[in-house]
Design a protein around this ligand. Structure first.
Ligand code: GCO
Ligand code: MG
Length: 408
């Protein structure tokens, strides 16, 4: 048996997705998520213009060999576009292997280590009342963990908060269809640092101490600002503070660790284990945030998480709506199987997306389960996908009050 065809499907059911379809000579189809929010067509071209011809005729069962062939064969190492393309191929081949074995993928990864995958939702609000409503809504749905993001008085639209007012889902994940350039937002870290600890105090006062609270700093603080923030929020027992400071300067986390025991999560913008080497070996983080879709797929993610396990570091796989249901399913199979599972991000996809992707993972009282369909358990409806044309979209650009470009 061999790979007979490789197709790249770009669709936009409310937001852009790139999906790889690999079909074997026996007609077995595997799917892979190749979505890189805001730069989707780069990955689509990498797959269709460069990798597809390399895959035709290869033995679909040789997953590790294919991974090494694509990684080392590129010559140029790493990066989000390359690793998203390799991830899509890897996911599709694992989907095929599990389908041929007649098993859900997690069974090939060692079987279930738990009954379900604890997930966290995104609670946000322009002010505390709206945030409190959102938290209440997610608790009523059974979530035991919520990420909390709120507006900062004096600042307008900022990351993580829906501009559409209370109760409306945060809609920036899909990136903004803002024509030929990104939308711009204004930021001021000092106002944020002075505002947020009081928000956590009010949340703990209103919702008690059981609820797991997560917060995303989204790369916007300097190391010393992040150290202050982590120390200031220590009394509110966060499950994690995410992307407290840009993580590519891995040694910056040493400063935060010197000042606080607030658990730290980093890595959604990383794409190989090498981005984590110091963070993991020096235990500068507590959770690995990469998405299967951006980090070379299931093969690479399993190796990364096994490496992290040696240092007592757990998974916190990235799962916003710009990870497709295929990428989400891949995460859930890994989440169920690995021992050092931490938590899984879960932003439910919109109705249009679920018209295109037929999923079999299920949500029950704050936990997801990937299901027991053979393979990943997600199928793409190509006809439905064809109805949603690609529209260029950008993630926003942030500027400080004086106009300096800043991390968003
Ligand atoms: C998260 C991420 C997202 C990113 C988005 C970019 O924690 O889910 O920070 O909110 O901004 O994935 O495409
Ligand atoms: Mg994040």
């Amino acid at each position: 048996m061999s790979i007979e065809s490789v197709d790249v499907i770009v669709t936009s059911p409310g937001r852009n997705f790139v999906t790889l379809k690999v079909t074997t000579s026996d007609g077995v189809v595997g799917w892979g998520d190749a979505t890189l929010n805001g730069r989707e067509l780069s990955v689509a071209s990498y797959l269709s213009d460069h990798l597809a011809s390399m895959l035709i005729g290869r033995d679909e069962d040789r997953i590790e060999d294919t991974w090494q062939y694509l990684y080392r064969g590129a010559y140029w190492r790493r990066g989000p576009v390359t690793m998203a393309a390799i991830a899509a191929v890897d996911m599709a081949l694992w989907d095929i292997k599990a389908k041929k074995a007649g098993m859900p993928l997690y069974q090939l990864l060692g079987g279930a280590s738990r009954d379900g995958v604890r997930v966290y939702a995104h609670a946000s609000g322009t002010d505390f009342a709206a945030l409190s409503n959102a938290i209440t809504g997610y608790r009523e749905l059974g979530f035991t963990a919520v990420r909390v993001q709120t507006g900062v008085p004096g600042l307008g639209q900022i990351y993580g908060v829906s501009a559409a007012g209370p109760g409306v889902r945060y809609d920036y994940e899909p990136a903004k269809r803002s024509g030929d350039r990104p939308a711009e937002e204004t930021w001021d870290t000092r106002q944020y640092l002075n505002h947020m600890p009081g928000v956590f105090a009010k949340i703990r006062e209103e919702f008690g101490t059981d609820l797991r609270l997560l917060h995303d700093g989204h790369h916007r603080m300097s190391p010393i600002e992040a150290a202050r923030f982590a120390k200031d929020v220590e009394p509110y027992d966060l499950f994690w503070l995410e992307d407290a400071t840009p993580g590519e300067d891995q040694t910056a986390l040493r400063l935060i660790r010197q000042h606080s025991t607030t658990p730290l999560a980093i890595g959604e913008v990383f794409n190989t284990v090498y981005d984590y080497q110091t963070l993991i070996t020096e235990r500068l983080i507590d959770y690995v945030r990469s998405a299967v879709t951006h980090t070379g797929g299931i093969t690479a993610m399993k190796k990364l998480l096994d490496f992290a396990a040696i240092y007592g570091i757990r998974s916190g796989i990235h799962g916003p709506t710009d990870i497709s249901p295929v990428g989400m399913a891949a995460a859930l199979h890994l989440d169920l199987a690995i021992h050092n599972f931490g938590i899984q991000e879960y932003m439910p996809h919109n109705e249009q997306t679920l018209e295109v992707f037929q999923t079999s993972f299920t949500f029950d009282k704050g936990f997801l389960h990937p299901g027991d369909q053979p393979g990943l358990g997600v199928e793409l409806d190509e006809e439905a996908a064809g109805a949603f044309e690609y529209t260029k979209a950008y993630l926003p650009v942030n500027r400080l009050l004086d106009g300096t470009v800043h991390d968003w």
